[in-house]
Ligand binder design. Structure first.
Ligand code: HEM
Length: 146
């Protein structure tokens, strides 16, 4: 009996595979981004935060976010930015704002995609939100009252 190596050549967590499903492409992801930020701009809490940061044309932000989500979901490699510093400078954002963000994102994804596909978007958003929150709100040795 020939012994084959039991390890695959390349180990990748399942969650990091590109999501290959009919209808999940740059066009539908761009629509998700546009619908989502249209909701964000109308939200009484998130709207003013974004309005302070994006004072002119929204188009570059929408294209950047489409690149970002194509990289996350399709592994397209389109996004080359650095999300953590972009959020660290937002001093008035709270953990509760992330819950609003995620609820709106989940609602928008569910309106545009099947439940199975929407769940993939939401799971990735939750993971990224968790790491952004760690970077923004968690400091070693700090207390909640800091
Ligand atoms: C309360 C929650 C959040 C708020 C208030 C917020 C707000 C912002 C703002 C104001 C910007 C800068 C816009 C610009 O100048 O172009 C930004 C950028 C960005 N956000 Fe968020 N964000 C939140 C959560 C998230 C989450 C959960 C994700 C990912 C799942 C995310 C991904 C990004 C990315 C990729 C950028 C672009 C960074 C860059 O490359 O410049 N954000 N966000």
């Amino acid at each position: 009996m020939t012994s084959k190596p039991v390890f695959p050549d390349r180990v990748r967590p399942v969650a990091e595979q590109p999501l290959a499903r009919p209808g999940v492409d740059r066009a539908s992801i761009g629509l998700l981004v546009r619908e989502f930020y249209s909701g964000v701009r109308k939200d009484e809490r998130l709207g003013p935060i974004f309005a302070r940061e994006i004072t002119g044309d929204w188009e570059p932000h929408l294209e950047k976010m489409t690149d970002f989500w194509c990289s996350v979901i399709l592994k397209s490699g389109d996004y080359h930015g650095r999300p953590v510093p972009a959020h660290l400078k937002l001093k008035d954002v709270t953990e509760a704002d992330f819950s609003i963000w995620l609820a709106l994102f989940s609602k928008t994804a569910s309106e545009l995609f099947t439940p199975e596909i929407a769940a993939v978007f939401v799971e990735r958003a939750e993971r990224i939100a968790a790491s952004l929150k760690l970077a923004m709100f968690f400091r070693l040795g700090s207390s909640a009252s800091d």
